[in-house]
Design a protein around this ligand. Structure first.
Ligand code: AHR
Length: 493
């Protein structure tokens, strides 16, 4: 039996444009995120272009990544940018004290990151070190990257192989998680520190403006948002929010695969909590910034499970299954609903870390279900969202009670109406009737098990396949299988 649902799209009430940057990526110097994932070095046997592995670069480019955030995360506040410039064989070897206590040779530094963003067509979001360095260091880093004229730092950049400044440094993070690994500050102190550091985040000469991102709240720390907005709101262009989804507790997060339906349901419930967090943080921001000049940047989000058994401690390597695809789709739908305030988001993380797009092992690569959702959702970049009224049966499991169907609709620049549909129920299909007449075609991602995933042995187990709408009483309708995500282009008649 199919559960019946209906969706109705209110095209009379278009929302604010979905900023492409909500599909941003986060690539921290953590585990095998950069080294081994993005970067193998020019002498590697793994096919590469100037040190960037080709397979990963091509796959990332295909997602139209709007922005990539680097070098952290917590790593940002232990990082000295000067370590990562100049001849690679002269760069210092440091210890990644935050992540795994391993050494890194700094062969992937500023030039390597900025060039990579250009190669994949993304804007750059560089996170500055506020926790353990000075405002002067931040200012000099920006000058190194963006100054077109003659200065010692700009000349240093030229000596390091880059004549023209990079023009895609669109975002600069003034600290990261200053409430924790970025300095263990109080909200009031962090707000004062933001004012001080942000003063020195200058654009250099004629370079394009830089969006200053203040270090925002952890999860539901509303006092943090209040204090930052009150004291430093006028000195920021955006305030961040970090929220991770895990099925269990912080101490026992739960396994990435081989989980029960309890874990499936609690993961989806916790992912949906993002909506409440954005609503409440936005309401506080509205008090101080009713014009919505300051963006809310969810620049770290995603699933966080117990790391893969046997993997290096502190590397946060985890598998990625159909459950992660659902989390990705539900979260992107939430961002669409808050497009007036949420102007950037960055999933943690791009390769080999947490809810990754891509996993690698030696010269092998797999695309994860989350990758496929981002690929399907790229049509929403820059689109105009519409409110969707969803009349849905419930998906109930134990104490958890969730809507079974979630949906999002938006019109792209070329006039095409796109509809995303998610069935949260792992067992029951849904029959969804719309108020529209016409046809719809697109792709669907689903699998036989809640943890269906790709492995290096079977890399194509789960991938999107063609999908189309049906008709019910003359109206466009959909038969949406259990545990699935679909994105279709609607042709209305
Ligand atoms: O993404 C992993 C870590 O999570 C980041 O380094 C930190 O900012 C957050 O706590």
């Amino acid at each position: 039996a199919q559960e019946r649902a209906s969706v109705s799209i209110d095209t009379a009430r278009p929302g604010a444009t979905i900023d492409p940057a909500v599909q941003g990526q986060f690539a921290e110097d953590l585990g095998r995120g950069i080294y081994g994932g993005v970067w193998v070095g020019p002498d590697s046997k793994i096919p590469n272009t100037d040190g960037y592995r080709n397979d990963v670069m091509q796959a990332i480019r295909k997602l139209n990544p709007p922005v990539i955030r680097w070098p952290g995360g917590c790593f940002a506040d232990q990082y000295d940018w000067r370590d990562g410039i100049g001849p690679r064989d002269k760069r210092p070897v440091r210890v990644n004290v935050t992540w795994g206590g391993v050494t890194y040779d700094n062969s992937f530094g500023t030039n390597e990151f900025m060039n990579y963003t250009e190669l994949v067509g993304a804007d750059a979001y560089v996170a500055g070190n506020m926790g353990s360095m000075t405002p002067h260091d931040m200012q000099q880093w920006i000058e190194y990257m963006t100054f077109a004229g003659d200065s010692t730092l700009a000349d240093m950049r030229r000596e390091n192989g880059r004549d023209k400044p990079w023009t895609n440094l669109k975002y600069f993070g003034v600290g990261n998680e200053t409430w924790g690994c970025g300095g263990n500050m109080t909200a009031e102190f962090a707000a004062e520190m933001h004012r001080r550091y942000a003063t020195f985040v200058w654009k250099a000469g004629d370079s394009p403006p830089i969006t200053k991102v203040a270090s925002g709240a952890n999860v539901d720390d509303y006092h943090w948002t209040e204090a930052m907005m009150k004291t430093a709101g006028r000195m920021m262009d955006a305030l961040s929010l970090h929220y991770y989804t895990f099925p269990g507790s912080w101490e026992n997060k739960g396994a990435a695969t081989g989980f029960t339906e309890d874990a499936w349901a609690s993961t989806l419930k916790n992912a949906r909590h993002m909506d409440e967090l954005i609503t409440k943080h936005s309401a506080i921001m509205d008090k101080y910034d009713p014009e919505k000049r300051v963006g809310l940047y969810v620049d770290e989000w995603g699933t966080w499970y117990d790391q893969e058994p046997g993997s290096h401690p502190g590397f946060l390597y985890q598998q990625n299954s159909l459950r992660d695809a659902e989390v990705a789709a539900l979260t992107l739908n939430i961002f669409h609903r808050h497009s007036d305030r949420v102007k950037l988001a960055a999933i943690a993380q791009m390769v080999n870390v947490l809810q990754a797009m891509i996993l690698t092992k030696g010269d092998q690569m797999v695309l994860t279900p989350t990758y496929h959702v981002f690929d399907m959702y790229k049509v929403f970049q820059g689109a105009t969202p519409y409110p969707v009224d969803i009349d849905t049966p419930r998906y109930k499991h134990g104490d958890i009670d969730l809507p079974m169907v979630d949906a999002s609709a938006a019109k792209a620049g070329d006039g095409t109406l796109y509809l995303a549909l998610v069935n949260l129920n792992p067992d029951e299909p849904a029959h969804i009737v719309t108020g529209m007449t016409g046809t719809a075609r697109g792709r669907i991602l689903t699998g036989p098990k809640m943890d269906t995933h790709n492995t290096f042995e079977a890399p194509n187990t789960i991938h999107p396949v063609a999908y189309e709408g049906t008709s019910d009483g003359g109206k466009l309708a959909f038969d949406l299988p259990a545990k699935s995500v679909a994105v279709v282009a609607v042709e209305q008649r």
